[in-house]
Design a protein around this ligand. Structure first.
Ligand code: TYC
Length: 101
């Protein structure tokens, strides 16, 4: 005679939470040349010329501008690399990150 062992019901729908997104923010300064800021935006964030110019001018006039949003590790890496690109040329170019609400 076979014995039927009750099985614990397996979850069919895995609970997957969407990763929290982080903004990368470009901060204005009085030193970094505009053209250099645009070059970094294009290289690190894959912005086109027009979009890079718009982001740079917005940061220049308003003090800061959101560049893009990413999962935490990508946002941190891109902000660090872009800031380092400025530091390598002696510029105080700064990118920060903050969580989206
Ligand atoms: N304000 C800089 C200048 O006049 C240009 C600049 C723009 C620097 C945006 C940083 O995030 C920045 N040369």
């Amino acid at each position: 005679m076979s014995v039927v062992v009750p099985q614990k019901r397996l979850r069919t729908k895995p609970k997957v939470e969407r990763p929290r997104l982080y903004r990368v923010i470009l901060v204005n300064d009085d030193v970094t040349p505009r053209r250099f800021v645009v070059t970094v935006l294009k290289a690190e964030f894959a912005l086109g010329e027009d979009q890079a110019n718009r982001v740079m001018i917005t940061a220049h006039t308003k003090g800061s501008c959101v560049v893009s949003v990413y999962p935490w590790d990508i946002a941190e890496t891109k902000a660090a690399r872009a800031s380092e690109a400025g530091a390598a040329e002696g510029y105080p170019l700064t990118f920060t990150t903050e969580p989206e609400e």
